[in-house]
Design a protein around this ligand. Sequence first.
Ligand SMILES: *[C@@H]1O[C@H](CO)[C@@H](O)[C@H](O)[C@H]1NC(C)=O
Ligand SMILES: *[C@@H]1O[C@H](CO)[C@@H](O)[C@H](O)[C@H]1NC(C)=O
Ligand SMILES: *[C@@H]1O[C@H](CO)[C@@H](O)[C@H](O)[C@H]1NC(C)=O
Ligand SMILES: *[C@@H]1O[C@H](CO)[C@@H](O)[C@H](O)[C@H]1NC(C)=O
Ligand SMILES: *[C@@H]1O[C@H](CO)[C@@H](O)[C@H](O)[C@H]1NC(C)=O
Ligand SMILES: *[C@@H]1O[C@H](CO)[C@@H](O)[C@H](O)[C@H]1NC(C)=O
Length: 470
Amino acid sequence: MKTIWVLVVLMVGVVNLRGAECRKAKKRVENTLEYSAISCRAHSASITDYGGIGDGKTSNTKAFREAISHLSRYEADGGAQLFVPPGQWLTGSFNLTSHFTLFLHKDAVLLASQEISEWAVIAPLPSYGHGRDTAGGRYISLIFGTNLTDVVVTGENGTIDGQGALWWQQFHKKKLKYTRPYLIEIMHSDNIQISNLTFLNSPSWNVHPVYSSNIIIQGITILAPVTSPNTDGINPDSCTNTKIEDTYIVSGDDCIAVKSGWDEYGISYGMPTKQLIIRRLTCISPYSAAIALGSEMSGGIEDVRAEDITAINTESGVRIKTGVGRGGYVKDIYVKGMNLHTMKWVFWMTGNYGSHADSHYDPKALPVIQGINYRDITAENVSMAARLEGISGDPFTGICISNATIGLAKKAKKVPWTCTDIAGVTSGVLPKPCSSLPDQGPEKVGMCSFPTDNLPIDDVEIKKCSYRMG
Ligand SMILES: *[C@@H]1O[C@H](CO)[C@@H](O)[C@H](O)[C@H]1NC(C)=O
Ligand SMILES: *[C@@H]1O[C@H](CO)[C@@H](O)[C@H](O)[C@H]1NC(C)=O
Ligand SMILES: *[C@@H]1O[C@H](CO)[C@@H](O)[C@H](O)[C@H]1NC(C)=O
Ligand SMILES: *[C@@H]1O[C@H](CO)[C@@H](O)[C@H](O)[C@H]1NC(C)=O
Ligand SMILES: *[C@@H]1O[C@H](CO)[C@@H](O)[C@H](O)[C@H]1NC(C)=O
Ligand SMILES: *[C@@H]1O[C@H](CO)[C@@H](O)[C@H](O)[C@H]1NC(C)=O
């Protein structure tokens, strides 16, 4: 009898203990946010630890600058993560640091300051020589980083809102003193992740990695009015080993614009964009391209691999833009799997893109456009299959298009292809291409190449990280 009682008491005790442990564990899970990243961090803080107030009115510029400046002390000690909780966090520009993660809760919104005087002016990019809006300097980006390594900007689809209307007005009224800011610019940096965020209403370009390498951009939504000026989605610019995946973009300019510097400045800087993967992009941009290469391509663009691209109402699918004076090259471009609806031109190449940095460009600097491969394309409601214009005396060569079925719109142009100063081959393409792209016969339908080797960015290990809310 006694032994039985002891057993019962013991067992009840064990059950109780288990229950308590369970509750404790559950609570811990509820207060922990998990995310995927190239590096996890040893130290954590919240913007509220630095006096941040998420009421949509109070400026948090000082809080962000102090927080990151303080957390930069942990660069060599496991790194740090800065958490932005639910709220509307008005802020001016701030700079990132190395071995650092900025993490936005799903209900966190960074609101860009509307005081133009609060935006510092920095020098034009050396590979451009000039700002894009005005000849002089440029307003620093909302989130800026230079000469960094190992930086993560991520969230659970939290929002970065550029409140761009003010800037678009200033641009249209020609009142800007300097080139408009971007939402995020990372320069001269290595090992960068920008993921699971929404970017709204950027003053100009949204995401601009430049002179950088080993970059993962994933799970990004970019939204801006389709009439807003120059609101490019993502602009990899003189970057190596970059991956852009699972991205949804509605904007007023090219969804992805691959660049590498402008005319004589880009030629002398000489830094190409190469080893670029673009996968699972959805784009809506009625006046621009889903993917543009150029027009600033003077440092060269090579080895671009685009796959599973959906465009719903764009001006063109893939567009190569260049001109006399650009120099540089666009070569070894591979596009496989495009599903396209409603556009003027599926394929567009322009060799007469005018805009120059200044009048000092070299008229003998002719771009080389070579080895452009497109395959497995279906398109509907298209005005013209292609408009391909090379440069007289400098033809665009090695164009390969295979397995492309292009459904023309009711009000399509009479001639579906126009081709000048270009050369290449086709197979299994409808409607029938121009004579400078002769058909190689139906058995060659798989002929346009797409690389099967991995780029190093696909081998980067992604870790499970967490942030425990205080
Ligand atoms: C983004 O979020 C998705 C699902 O919410 C998750 O599977 C993925 O790992 C995240 N990616 C990154 C790089 O944060
Ligand atoms: C951010 O970095 C840029 C470029 O190095 C610099 O001009 C600017 O003053 C920095 N801003 C702050 C707030 O430190
Ligand atoms: C940043 O890196 C670039 C390229 O390596 C270098 O020219 C520049 O001096 C560096 N700037 C700083 C502030 O270290
Ligand atoms: C992220 O938020 C945007 C804007 O609210 C929304 O359109 C998009 O579907 C969201 N993405 C995910 C993966 O939840
Ligand atoms: C042709 O492209 C379609 C997608 O548009 C794809 O499903 C099909 O497998 C491709 N055919 C060949 C022979 O590659
Ligand atoms: C086809 O494209 C035209 C513009 O060229 C557009 O007005 C129309 O709505 C599109 N039709 C469909 C079914 O998407």
